[in-house]
Design a protein around this ligand. Sequence first.
Ligand SMILES: [Fe+2]
Length: 203
Amino acid sequence: MNYDAQYEVKGLKYKELKGLSAKQISFHHDVHYAGYVKKRNEIHTKLKTVDKTQANANFSDFRSLKKEETFNASGQILHELYFDMLGGDGSFSNDMNIIKKINEDFGSFDNFKQELFAVAKAARGWAVLCIDPTDNKLRVFLADLHNDGAVWGAMPIIALDVYEHAFYVDYGPDKAKYLEPFFSNLDWKAIEARYNKFKSVYA
Ligand SMILES: [Fe+2]
């Protein structure tokens, strides 16, 4: 049954990054991200035996588990994307498909970066570059929580975490200072591979 699924915490290919310390990354990965995976597993276990006959929209154990399932599942998915797309040196070539698509849909790479950073400053949780299935355009969506702000069917390509836990060790309350280090560590080869994997589905 699908609630039998139990997930492993994915390892990291790096310990620290330029402008993001080992302590910052360790807290973020080993405590916060791992916490979502563990809680998702715990929720799966409880969903196997919870009394569904008591399901109720005002309050019920089943409702609580299903609500928190989306929070922790989305927390797992977005964090795996966040960590997977870091570890590069920020360099890319203009003939990459993802760069061509960014230039096409945002008008220029600088416009894209400006939009990503603006959404990051405005968000309480995430700025997520997605392929929007409505018209196959790239857009940056804003999420205040892992499970609040997702657009159905949109495929996330880059997830920029702006929860305080993502930057507070290194930058305290200065969220804006964390954005350039994040961007300069992007692994555009991994981003290109992810975009290529999904672009044919959305084209
Ligand atoms: Fe996070």
